[in-house]
Design a protein around this ligand. Structure first.
Ligand SMILES: Nc1ncnc2c1ncn2[C@@H]1O[C@H](COP(=O)(O)OP(=O)(O)OP(=O)(O)O)[C@@H](O)[C@H]1O
Length: 347
């Protein structure tokens, strides 16, 4: 048996002659926390709905533990879903909401009570059995929605922007809690978000999508440090993206200057995108550095200063813990391993 729990093989999905998923190949390992990340409309929810069985692929195969489940209805898949709108039954108590699926399965009432108690412990809402849904905060309701899915002990939990409606502080707390639950229960989580920070915080694997095409699959570190193209680099964090030309091995030209870089084997005279993170540019005072510029603006961001620095050819965004005042002359230095050479984005 493969260690992949779910495999999407050459999946395409067309709605009214528009192809919204284009040849998706994705292998999801048992017990991993995998996140589908991308801008609105890129096909994240559609991918999740295909896995849940709420939609069927136009082309390709979906495998569960190696077996084709293309035509299996949702209730026969060992998969549960938590949607953004939690869809709890507001006229029922917490216990009735969580027990709903178990009652349908005709489990012994004593077993149901025990399971509800355990799952409420897990989501840190022990003793909430008899509370009405209306009396709970948004964050508590969301935890009940998660508890209701988890109590069925699915092998895979699909989560579609489950924290989207919560405010920032609560969202961050819930991110930590969700991750803890996932590890504790050993369930495979497939998580949809358009929030890059959320994806970086929680995931074992991130799948970056754009216009129905997978742009990159990797660990958060891979995606952040080695983005495959300018789209991924820009989406995953603020970056300086400059058109450049690979001159020959280890040399790239951009901003009218030739820089040493780490060779990617793209060949000579290739047009490329050069991506440089704001925190990877060193700023020094006066007529110094590899490029010379003038500070246009400074914004205090709490941990660092964000400076916009204008050189002859480009406006650079720089993050630094030391501040250089507006209008001051500065030098910029970029080390070879901080110069990321990218292919153009795929469509
Ligand atoms: N039932 C449908 N009929 C027609 N088009 C659809 C249907 N469902 C989704 N689409 C289209 O498919 C594309 C992908 O939608 P999807 O909901 O998967 O994107 P998403 O990445 O989840 O976006 P969001 O973050 O906004 O939810 C969109 O252009 C959407 O309009």
């Amino acid at each position: 048996m493969s260690e992949n729990i779910i495999e999407l093989v050459d999946i395409s999905k067309t709605y009214d002659s528009t192809e919204v998923l284009k040849n998706i190949n994705l292998y999801i390992r048992k017990n991993e926390f995998l996140t589908l990340l991308g801008p609105s409309g890129c096909g994240k929810t559609t991918t999740l709905r295909l896995i849940g069985g709420f939609e069927f692929p136009t082309k390709g195969n979906i495998l569960f533990e190696g077996k084709n489940i293309n035509s299996l209805p949702p209730y026969k898949r060992r998969v549960n879903t938590v949607f953004q709108k939690y869809a709890l039954f507001s006229h029922m108590t917490v216990e009735e909401n969580i027990a709903f699926g178990l009652k349908i399965k005709k489990l012994d009432p004593k077993v149901i009570k025990e399971k509800v108690r355990n799952i409420l412990n897990l989501v840190n809402l022990a003793g909430y059995e008899n509370r009405s849904i209306d009396s709970l905060s948004g964050g508590q309701q969301q935890r009940i929605a998660i508890a209701r899915a988890l109590v069925n002990e699915p092998d895979v939990l699909l989560l579609d922007e489950p924290l989207g409606a919560l405010d920032l502080k609560l969202r961050q707390d819930m991110q930590v809690e969700l991750k803890r639950m996932q590890k504790q229960l050993g369930i495979t989580f497939i998580y949809v978000t358009h929030d890059q920070e959320e994806a970086l915080t929680m995931s074992d694997t991130i799948v970056v999508m754009k216009d129905g095409v997978i742009q990159q699959i990797g660990t958060p570190e891979d995606i952040y440090n080695e983005p495959k193209n300018a789209f991924v680099a820009d989406f995953i964090g603020e970056s300086n993206i400059i058109p450049g030309v690979m001159k020959k091995d280890y040399l790239v030209e951009f901003a009218n200057t030739t820089f040493e870089c780490v060779d990617k084997g793209f060949g000579s005279n290739q047009p490329v995108d050069v991506v440089i993170r704001p925190e990877d540019i060193e700023v020094t005072e006066g007529n110094t550095g590899m490029l010379q510029g003038v500070v246009e603006s400074v914004t205090f961001k709490g941990v660092h200063y964000e400076m916009m620095i204008k050189t002859d050819t480009f406006n650079w965004m720089v993050h630094s813990t030391s501040m250089h005042p507006p209008k001051s002359q500065v030098g910029l230095t970029i080390l070879p391993y901080n110069i990321h050479i990218m292919k153009k984005a795929v469509n």
